[in-house]
Design a protein around this ligand. Structure first.
Ligand SMILES: CC(C)(COP(=O)(O)OP(=O)(O)OC[C@H]1O[C@@H](n2cnc3c(N)ncnc32)[C@H](O)[C@@H]1OP(=O)(O)O)[C@@H](O)C(=O)NCCC(=O)NCCS
Length: 165
């Protein structure tokens, strides 16, 4: 059985190692290390209570969601990172993590959830569409997907998702 619990700062090392291990087979070790930089400790210091860890009965991490409630927009919640251990993919675990995040966000008065991904992450785009996210219009379209050019800096294009709660 897999249980969801709130994250804590003590999870940081485990989650960084998980990213490096879970993505290590599909990326170079260097690229997996770069990906882990998307999760600096500050997320687990300041947004742990809105983030979730999925654990197996023996305490192994099967997945996680790092999300936050916007400090600037009281109606907005944001999913920064979601990851599922490869052996647990395709069994509804990410949907469950999002569902729990949506419920907590709605209970805290949030009405909208946003997230972004890279245009090349077709799995993430398909997953977010399945979960009811819309793709926000961008300044260009790549393969029928609206893309925001240079969104996160020069050459860092992104696809932006939004979903009402
Ligand atoms: C994307 C990811 C989080 C999905 O996790 P998951 O637990 O396998 O997803 P679920 O089983 O909850 O799937 C929910 C729905 O999305 C669909 N889906 C999930 N991954 C998909 C993919 N790669 N391609 C197409 N559809 C996908 C499922 O078919 C399912 O649809 P259904 O409920 O209608 O059957 C997981 O594959 C992952 O960790 N990928 C690498 C990290 C990543 O890209 N994260 C997102 C950006 S930070």
């Amino acid at each position: 059985m897999i249980t969801l619990r709130a994250a804590s700062e003590a999870d940081h090392q485990t989650l960084v190692r998980a990213i490096q291990a879970w993505w290590g087979d599909s990326r170079s070790p260097e690229a997996a290390r770069e990906l882990a930089l998307l999760l600096p400790r500050l997320f687990l210091q300041h947004f742990a209570t809105t983030s979730l860890v999925a654990e197996t009965d023996d305490g192994a991490v099967a997945g996680f969601l790092v999300g936050l409630h916007s400090a600037d927009d009281p109606e907005l919640a944001y999913v920064h990172f979601v990851g599922i251990e490869p052996g647990h993919r395709g069994s509804g675990l990410a949907r469950r993590l999002y569902g729990t995040f949506f419920e907590a966000a709605a209970a805290a008065g949030r009405r909208t959830v946003k997230a972004v991904t890279s245009p090349g992450n077709h799995g993430s785009i398909a997953f977010h569409r399945k979960l009811g996210f819309r793709l926000e219009p961008g300044d260009t379209v790549v393969g029928e997907v609206p893309v925001h050019s240079d969104y996160d800096g020069p050459g860092q294009d992104r696809v932006c998702f939004v979903r009402d709660l």
